[in-house]
Design a binder for this molecule. Structure first.
Ligand SMILES: [Zn+2]
Length: 259
């Protein structure tokens, strides 16, 4: 079994992740992104610039989102690249396990120079969060964390959702899978590393299941309904014909073979 690797990042709604006053940034840009950096190598900047544009298009399409508000000019998303993990954590105030963070209202993403695979995953994940919040026209509040993280993991790579399902089947035999009530009440800051791993895996697996079984158009319908009514059970009924969260849990467990 392929190891289920977790790249943790932090979702922020009320604090600026980059304390610009304490640092001097250089900038470069692309059509939809401004990139702030200090000593990041040119090769990395070119890759970030190219890849973020690809994600902007791919994730918008993957979520079935029809965009009217484009990230142009002063509305571009901003990516801050610190030179090291230490510097990132010091200035962004993030914990030692964090590889990146996103400040949703300002479309700000922070991370640091690191291996390209990890950096690229962080980038896709955080862009996924921003786009999903745009789909729902929501900054915070009634959006369940598991749904937010599951969609960001799907945006990162749908194959990660399938890996998560394989990981969970093994975890289930050890009694480790969360009920949906536990999933809905989960607070990562208060949990241990293994529980966090289960939480992310389960969130990804459930969202991956919704896409695999019902497709992108139904997901877009689900977003529309959820945006209108802010009622998860109602949106699940309307877009997927499910009776609500409990029915989703049953249907997902059956799909995983752990009912
Ligand atoms: Zn996330």
């Amino acid at each position: 079994m392929k190891e289920y690797i977790l790249i943790l990042s932090v979702l922020l709604f009320s604090a600026c992740p980059a304390r610009a006053a304490e640092e001097k940034w250089l900038t470069t840009g692309s059509r939809h992104f401004l990139i702030y950096y200090r000593q990041a190598p040119e090769g990395l900047l070119e890759r970030v610039s190219r890849q973020s544009e690809e994600y902007y298009t791919r994730i918008t399409e993957a979520l079935g989102f029809t965009r009217y508000n484009f990230w142009l000019g002063g509305n571009r998303a901003r990516i801050y690249i610190y030179d090291s993990a230490e510097e990132y954590r010091k200035y962004s105030g993030q914990p030692v396990w964090s590889y990146g963070c996103v400040f949703i209202p300002d479309k700000k993403i922070c991370s640091f120079s690191q291996g390209w695979d990890t950096f690229s995953s962080v980038l896709a994940h955080e862009i996924g969060h921003i786009i999903f919040h745009e789909c729902l026209e929501m900054e915070k509040g009634s959006l369940p964390l598991w749904l937010d993280e599951g969609v960001a993991c799907y945006a990162e790579n749908p194959a990660r959702c399938r890996e998560a399902s394989v990981f969970l089947k093994a975890a289930h035999h050890k009694g480790g899978v969360l009920t949906f009530d536990q999933l809905a009440a989960f607070i990562p800051a208060a949990a241990g590393e293994e529980s966090i791993r289960i939480f992310y895996a389960e969130s990804s697996s459930v969202v991956g299941y919704l896409f695999e079984k019902f497709g992108r158009d139904n997901f877009a319908d689900f977003c529309e309904e959820f945006k209108r009514g802010r009622d998860l059970d109602k949106a699940l009924r309307s877009a997927y014909g499910l009776a609500g969260s409990a029915d989703l849990e049953k249907s997902w467990r059956r799909y995983l073979g752990i009912l």
